[in-house]
Design a protein around this ligand. Structure first.
Ligand code: AMP
Length: 430
């Protein structure tokens, strides 16, 4: 089989590595890919949102399966475009991707199906939003309706901050149309847990739980990032919580989408918060999370391609997934200044010490893996090319051992102004 992976982050590197393990696969292309991905796949110079070029590439190369990493092409309708051409693609249609592309739509689905979530009010008029804001006791969460590259949610801790966010989102149109409609949401307290599931429009298979670390600094201080690290499983999330999430969140969502005539295929990601009343949904995503993918995918023992094909062909009910029982911890190394401005082009020393000729990045036992994101070759040397530069994942018998291992391995890599959190997975010991 020939597989095309769309995207260029650590998540897509983890996907390519796992896809390469499938005996079904003879060739992988990645569009556009990155430095590490180029060891797993042939990288082609097509951007992930250039749907026309992606379709014609897949047609020309007779790609058997396309796998989409990021949300933007899904929101733009990549699945619909591929399916029009009779090309197999793993992911939700444009309509089904609204579960992530519109927070208002997702909230409606949750309310209509009694899915536990935060109370919220929707606004399209900024004066009404401001009037409402004046009556609120902070903190509250303010959410732009559309996709804002992970920057569309502000937890406001004072009335001034609430007002200021409403003005930025709605009057100043910080994210254009995406923030012209907002939700103002009750603040919920608790640890966050991610539960992802493979879906085929009707059946779901949940994956092992994981926990992301969004804020840039230790102890969850500083602004939110795309994610500074993840680990799997999250011990706070019991089997009972998983059962609850399957029955009260994942199944009802997939059933509702089918009933709407827009069945959900692909990855449904429930971003949960563990409140005193149990898990509640903060958001849905319609693809693997990054870095969660870098902690979850390495634990999958079942052939990922087999699972994705079964999802495309609506026969997930035939499969049972097998997981490595051992936990995984992933720490992201970022450029100094990220998530604000940062300088690119610094040489990354030590990264190639993880690369074994003819194989991929990682150690022999596959217990340490490097997944590259913002890394490219310049004058034949790997240099930084993004905010999140790479992730290192370690697998071990316990979370503690995986954490120790990953922080030991980080010592092998360095670049100017490199920074990373030192407390990834500490929450597991609380
Ligand atoms: P979202 O994209 O909706 O998951 O929001 C991004 C982040 O904002 C979440 O990971 C939470 O840390 C925080 N957040 C969102 N909604 C709420 C809420 N209702 N209460 C508390 N924190 C929230």
């Amino acid at each position: 089989m020939k597989v095309l992976v769309v995207g260029s982050g650590g998540r897509e590197h983890a996907l390519c590595k796992k896809i390469n393990e499938s005996p079904k696969v003879e060739k992988i292309y990645a569009a556009p890919g990155n430095y590490g991905i180029s060891k797993e796949a042939e990288c082609v110079d097509i951007f992930d949102n250039d749907l026309e070029s992606l379709v014609s590439f897949a047609r020309d190369k007779k790609i058997d399966l396309t796998v989409v990493g990021p949300e933007a092409p899904l929101d733009k309708g990549i699945v619909d475009e591929f399916e029009k051409e009779g090309l197999m693609i793993f992911g939700p249609s444009k309509e089904a991707a609204k579960l992530e592309g519109s927070k208002v739509f997702a909230k409606q689905v949750m309310l209509e199906n009694d899915i536990p979530t935060a109370k919220s009010s929707e606004f399209t008029d900024s004066d009404e939003a401001k009037k409402f804001a004046a009556s609120l006791v902070p903190p509250v969460a303010i959410k732009a309706d559309g996709l804002c590259a992970g920057k569309g949610v502000v937890v406001a801790h004072s009335r001034e901050e609430i007002l200021q966010t409403v003005v930025q989102f709605m009057d100043e149109k910080e994210f254009g149309e995406a923030s012209s409609r907002i939700l103002i949401e009750e603040y919920l307290q608790g640890q966050e847990v991610s539960v992802l599931a493979f879906c085929d429009g009707e059946n779901i298979i949940p994956m092992v739980s994981s926990q992301d670390h969004k804020p840039v600094y230790d102890k969850d201080k500083g602004p939110n990032t795309g994610g500074m690290g993840a680990y799997s499983p999250a011990p706070i999330f019991s089997e009972k919580d998983m059962e609850f999430t399957i029955e009260r969140v994942l199944k009802p969502t997939v059933k509702a989408m089918k009933e709407k005539g827009t069945p959900f295929k692909g990855i449904l990601y429930a971003g949960l918060i563990m409140t005193e009343q149990g898990p509640k949904v903060l958001e849905f995503n319609v693809r693997f999370g990054d870095p969660e993918a870098q902690a979850v995918i390495p634990r999958l023992k079942t052939d990922l391609v087999q699972v994705m094909l079964a999802a495309c062909e609506e026969r997930l009910d035939e499969l049972v997934l097998e997981w490595d029982e051992r936990p995984a911890v992933c720490v992201v190394l970022a450029s100094g200044g990220y998530p604000g401005t940062y300088t690119k082009g610094y040489e990354i020393k030590g990264i190639d010490s993880f690369y074994k000729s003819g194989d991929d990045f990682g150690d022999k036992s596959n217990e340490v893996m490097v997944f590259t994101a913002g890394v490219k070759l310049k004058d034949n040397k790997p240099v930084t090319a993004g905010g999140r530069v790479l992730g290192i994942t370690a697998i071990a018998d316990t979370i503690k051992k995986a954490q120790e291992k990953v922080y030991n391995e980080i010592g092998r890599i360095s670049f100017k102004d490199m920074h990373y959190r030192r407390d990834i997975a500490d929450k597991a010991f609380k």
